[in-house]
Design a protein around this ligand. Structure first.
Ligand code: NDP
Ligand code: GDR
Length: 361
């Protein structure tokens, strides 16, 4: 019998890669998508199967993590062997604007699933994966961060995820459920949302290279992150649910770079010569003629910042045989190549008189 998985957040970056992986492994994959006024399934359209097709293995259900009855009904219908809870309001800066909504989805959403499993008596059947995050470490207490490093969340997002982390641990201990947290450090890809810093950089540099954009505005460029590739990381999400015992794991590369360094490598990919403050540029990134490639816009500063994150993947290496396949330079290269393709496509459209609106947030 094929295994059945239910993925929340299937329309997001990780959801799309995970759905691909599980379908390749022969799973029946069910996903929860939100109703939106525009199509919101770009990342998974290549997996879509017509409802009239025989032997379908890919199914989408309308739902929302704020709606318990909907979630209970979907879990009851699907009877999943594995639930991957990836849905979240996942943008740290946005969580300062929408703290209550973020708490509801990212914190209580997790509880709603754990309760659904319990209410339906699926504790012994359904394994549960919670998308926990390096943001839990926030103001870091130890370098590198391990599964034992104390948490100190620094945003409404991270505080909501702290609740989700502990409620997952609690249901595992209280009800013997197979429930575990993947404490994943930042992972990126060409499918990354356009307003996260890496994708914002690769999109903008591609457009600047084609002279379709003048300047990239960023916030804290000294911020340090441990960046991996999303395709590698979803494999670990699956592996965490294949162990004899449920455990929590840090997934990271063990290497960190600054946002500034990411910009430099992205520029090198297309041969843009970038200068920094002190090299003929003022502290905001402008030269004497008022031109810039990258400039600082304080709008992108956060009320409380996470300055540095560096994970220790030792436990995952030992128990999950974790070896990241994609290196940092390869990640930047792949993202730049894809965004260059997209920018060239936009340029052709624009050159034929059809404006492509530039959205940068
Ligand atoms: P994305 O932002 O790309 O995807 C989030 C998904 O959640 C989307 O499918 C979104 O739907 C869905 N979603 C948002 N709100 C709701 C809601 N109320 N009800 C149902 N679905 C909802 O995130 P990623 O794929 O990057 O991340 C996946 C998970 O991993 C998230 O929980 C994130 O917090 C966590 N995480 C991510 C890391 C990273 O570096 N990427 C690192 C550590 C943890 P829609 O498409 O309609 O917006
Ligand atoms: P993060 O990712 O907050 O780590 O959360 P993001 O890419 O948004 O920021 C990384 C760092 O870059 C700095 N930064 C900017 N960030 C954005 N978005 N836009 C800018 O213009 C900009 N300029 C500088 C930020 O201040 C920050 O220090 C991501 C999300 O995927 C979370 O869901 C996940 O839990 C964590 O990674 C691990």
């Amino acid at each position: 019998m094929a295994k059945v998985a239910l993925i929340t957040g299937i329309t997001g970056q990780d959801g799309a890669y995970l759905a691909e992986l599980l379908l390749a492994k022969g799973y029946h994959v069910h996903g929860i998508k939100r109703r939106a006024s525009l199509f919101n399934t770009d990342r998974i359209d290549h997996l879509y199967q017509d409802p009239h097709e025989k032997d379908r293995r890919f199914f989408l259900h309308y739902g929302d993590l704020t709606d318990s009855t909907n979630l209970i009904r979907i879990v009851q219908q699907v009877q999943p062997d594995e639930i991957y809870n990836l849905a979240a309001q996942s943008h740290v800066a946005v969580s300062f604007e929408t703290p209550e909504y973020t708490a509801n989805v990212d914190g209580l959403g997790t509880l709603r699933f754990l309760e659904a499993i319990r209410i339906l008596g699926l504790e012994k059947k359904t394994k549960f994966y919670q998308a926990s995050t390096s943001e839990l470490y926030g103001l870091v207490q130890e370098v590198p961060q391990t599964e034992k490093t104390p948490f100190y969340p620094r945003s409404p997002y991270a505080v909501a995820k702290l609740y989700a982390y502990w409620i997952t641990v609690n249901y595992r201990e209280a009800y013997g459920m197979y429930a575990c947290n993947g404490i994943l450090f930042n992972h990126e890809s060409p499918l990354r949302g356009e307003t996260f810093v890496t994708r914002k950089i690769t999109r903008a540099i591609a457009r600047i290279y084609l002279k379709k954009q003048k300047c990239l505005f960023l916030g804290n460029m000294d911020s340090l992150r441990d960046w991996g590739h999303a395709r590698d990381y979803v494999e670990m999400q699956w592996l965490m649910l294949q162990q004899d015992q449920p455990e929590d794991f840090v997934i990271a590369t063990g290497q960190q770079y600054s946002v500034r360094h990411f910009v430099t490598i992205a520029c090198k990919e297309v041969g843009i010569d970038i200068r920094w403050e002190g090299e003929g540029l003022d502290e905001k990134g402008y030269d004497q003629e008022g031109n810039c490639i990258v400039a600082v816009d304080p709008r992108y500063y956060r009320p409380t910042e996470v300055d540095t994150l560096l994970g220790s993947p030792e436990k995952a290496k030992e128990k999950l045989k974790w070896v990241p396949k994609v290196s940092f330079p390869e990640l930047v290269q792949e993202m730049m190549a894809e965004d260059l393709k997209a920018a060239k496509r936009d340029k052709i459209i624009e050159d034929h008189g059809y404006p492509v609106p530039l959205v940068h947030e």
